[in-house]
Write a protein that binds this ligand. Structure first.
Ligand code: PEP
Ligand code: MN
Length: 347
């Protein structure tokens, strides 16, 4: 990783470093951080001669040789000062809440519009809504591209940015073209490295954020952060890590709630953690307690399924979605706990 003395390298300086690393079979990938652009050396960057030549350039402050499988997402990286701003909130400065239906019903768009209005009213800063859906049962509703218009109309009506899951490469361009602010990578695709690469490539140079769910089958914490690195490596580090429960170990919860992973993530990465209690526990009645547990463990945000009339929803909504009242109360309590926790931490 090349850290320049100024905010970014001039074109001539970039050409010079690109030429040097090319001699050693490497390429340069600029990563735009909040304070300065840093330059990842892609390839085998262990050659001492290459490092010495780069360190000898008078416009280079230093070369970071973090020995980590996720050198951009690592807490020791220069990107640790990177701040992600979404829906008027700087992540880490205020509890960030994404909420909305699991699945947009293209036949009944008013449910989405009314849910979006309720989400705004409850104080969330971003609306979620599934256009394309990963369903365990192949005979159930799989989503519909036509829901993209409904999602964006919900955004226009409320003035809030939107999040939706992309399941395959073809979805990425459609979502970005439509104006989706946050691309969601679902639990089933969190280990799909070619999709992660395609997302990284597509969001590079944009303000777009990516909400990366933790896979149902992911093991070590490093595996999760490394998946984020696949995206960041292309130049856009606006990544939110989203624990959402792992393979079920308890009889009763849909998945095994994993909000307690948050402090472990925070020891290793600077990336904000936005926990999804809805998929963790899988039942609306358990969601508020799981949301508070996530905040108690240090989450920077929550992603909550909510619907104006859960029993009329599709996908996960009938069982998992909070009602508008439930959502408003959960957000109110979560914010109060977040402030309390910050006060305790600060004191
Ligand atoms: C969802 O957010 O509706 C969803 C399908 O999530 P996950 O990928 O976590 O199962
Ligand atoms: Mn869902």
């Amino acid at each position: 990783m090349i850290l320049p003395k100024s905010n970014r390298l001039t074109p001539a300086q970039l050409a010079e470093v690109t030429g040097i690393v090319a001699e050693f079979g490497c390429t340069i990938q600029p990563i735009i951080g909040a304070l300065r652009t840093i330059y990842a050396i892609v390839g085998d960057e262990r050659d001492d001669l290459m490092i010495n030549r780069l360190e000898g350039l008078d416009y280079v402050e230093r070369i970071d040789r973090i020995q980590s499988p996720f050198k951009l997402m690592d807490k020791r990286s220069d990107l640790a000062s990177h701040r992600i701003r979404l829906g008027g909130v700087t992540l880490g400065e205020e509890l960030f809440v994404i909420a909305g239906p699991c699945t947009i019903d293209p036949k009944n768009p008013n449910y989405f519009y009314e849910s979006a209005a309720a989400v705004k009213e409850a104080g969330a800063q971003m609306i979620r809504g599934g256009v394309w859906k990963p369903r365990t049962n192949p005979y159930t509703f799989q989503g519909d591209t036509r829901s993209m218009d409904i999602l964006l109309e919900g955004s226009r009506r409320t003035g809030l940015p939107v999040d939706t899951e992309v399941m395959e490469e073809a979805h990425i361009g459609v979502a970005l073209e439509a104006g989706v602010t946050c691309l969601q990578v679902g639990a089933r695709n969190a280990l799909n490295y070619s999709l992660l690469r395609a997302i990284g490539r597509a969001v590079a140079g944009r303000e777009t954020a990516v909400l990366l769910k933790r896979s149902i089958h992911m093991g070590p914490v490093n595996e999760f952060i490394s998946a984020a690195e696949y995206i960041a490596a292309f130049g856009n580090p606006n990544i939110l890590l989203c624990p959402r429960g792992t393979a079920p170990g308890l009889d009763g919860y849909r998945n095994h709630p994993d909000e307690s992973i948050t402090p472990l993530l925070k020891e290793k990465t600077w990336a904000p953690v936005v926990v999804d209690p809805s998929h963790s526990v899988g039942k609306a009645a358990y969601v508020p307690a799981s949301a508070l547990a996530a905040v108690a463990y240090g989450a920077d945000g929550l992603c909550l399924e909510a619907h104006v009339s859960p029993s009329h929803g599709i996908g996960d909504d009938p069982k998992q979605a909070l009602t508008p009242e439930g959502l408003a109360e959960t957000i109110r309590q979560a914010r109060a706990l977040w402030r309390l926790r910050r006060g305790l931490t600060a004191g």
